[in-house]
Design a protein around this ligand. Structure first.
Ligand SMILES: C[S@@+](CC[C@H](N)C(=O)[O-])C[C@H]1O[C@@H](n2cnc3c(N)ncnc32)[C@H](O)[C@@H]1O
Length: 333
């Protein structure tokens, strides 16, 4: 029987179906394209051609079969390919970070909308791959964004992403990374115009910081604090799909007994790190809107509002800290 792309796709699909993978056809096709560095158009035109008897093609076939084997062990697709698209940008991922979810784009889109044409100083707590803060920096053009996480392994992934994003955005422009501190770890990735050019208004930086929530930010103030903290109740983690339960970091999932542990800490502490009129945006689980809104109101936040994601589920809570003593106003939104 001749070996074709269609035959390889069928073979992969069958293998993944046997492992109970719901989107077996899609995943097999994605891995086929990855192994053969090809796309849908090429596939549709050549799927019934016999694949060439060349070393490079043999390698692609072997790579594809190896990737299918990994996927059949319920290793997430994105861990196999090493990347995930988020907000139209490419983020590297590995087993040390949560794979960015489409739901999380709701938070990024809301901040971009609220701060269009403005340049807030932003802190992304629990940054993981850096997908939230990185997108805000690149797409919002915000010049000072800090990405913080308690996990050094996660921060290394966020650093790679920050460098790649800056490089891609500034193209011919220098991207420098300067290690400022080892313990706790801290690094700045910054981009500016090429040497000799006018640098006015063109410098952008992403700072990466090892921090247990706010531990590394004593005395600092931000205009916007965003966070997608771990929010799954501990007992629920065992019921999740094997891809999540066995392959994504527990540190990224576990919101302790009722899933609200981090929101309690964030609500209590955020006010001390915000400029007057500063705003927080937290991603939440679909059933946590009321509880997290309550925590923010109790902590003195105003304008507390819950936003829904594309399927209509509660996904983001926003609140603004108004410091009456200095007559701060709610920002226009
Ligand atoms: C749900 S993941 C979110 C990752 C990323 N922001 C996203 O939206 O895809 C939560 C992240 O919080 C980090 N984390 C857990 N406990 C933390 C703590 N005490 N302080 C800071 N980060 C923490 C984990 O390492 C993980 O990267």
């Amino acid at each position: 029987m001749k070996l074709t792309l269609q035959a390889l796709w069928n073979e992969g699909t069958e293998r993944l179906k046997l492992s109970g993978i719901g989107e077996a056809e899609l995943d097999a096709k994605y891995l086929l394209f990855e192994a053969f560095h090809t796309d849908m158009v090429h596939f549709l035109m050549h799927r019934n051609d016999e694949v060439k008897d060349e070393d490079s093609v043999k390698r692609a076939v072997a790579d594809y079969r190896a990737m299918i084997e990994k996927r059949s062990e319920r290793i997430p697709l994105q861990h196999i390919t090493g990347s995930r698209e988020f907000m139209g940008l490419e983020f590297s991922v590995n087993e040390h970070v949560l794979i960015p979810r489409q739901d999380t784009e709701t938070l990024v889109e809301q901040v971009l909308k609220d701060y269009k044409g403005k340049n807030p100083v932003v802190l992304d707590l629990c940054t993981g791959s850096g997908c939230i803060g990185g997108s805000l920096s690149i797409l919002g053009g915000f010049s000072d964004v800090t990405l913080a996480d308690i996990s050094l392994e996660a921060l290394k992934v966020a650093e790679e992403n920050a460098r790649e994003l800056m490089q891609a955005k500034w193209n011919s422009v220098r991207v420098t990374a300067e290690c400022r501190q080892e313990n706790p770890w801290r690094l700045e990735v910054s981009a500016g115009l090429a040497e000799g050019a006018d640098e006015k208004g063109s410098v952008q930086k992403i700072t990466l910081a090892e921090s247990d929530l706010f531990s590394a930010f004593s005395g600092r103030r931000f205009d916007v604090i965003v966070s997608n903290p771990p929010y799954i109740p501990s007992r629920v983690i065992e019921e999740l799909e094997p891809e999540v339960r066995d392959h994504e970091p527990r540190l990224a999932l576990d919101g302790m007994a009722d899933g609200l542990y981090f929101y309690r800490r964030l609500a209590a502490e955020c006010g001390s790190y915000l400029n007057p009129g500063g705003t927080v945006y937290f991603e939440i689980g679909y059933d946590q809107g009321q509880a997290v809104s309550g925590l923010l109101r109790e902590a003195g936040f105003r304008g507390v509002f819950v936003y829904q994601d594309a399927p209509g589920l509660d996904r983001v809570v926003r609140g603004t800290m108004v410091l009456k003593s200095i007559n701060a106003k709610l920002p226009e939104m």
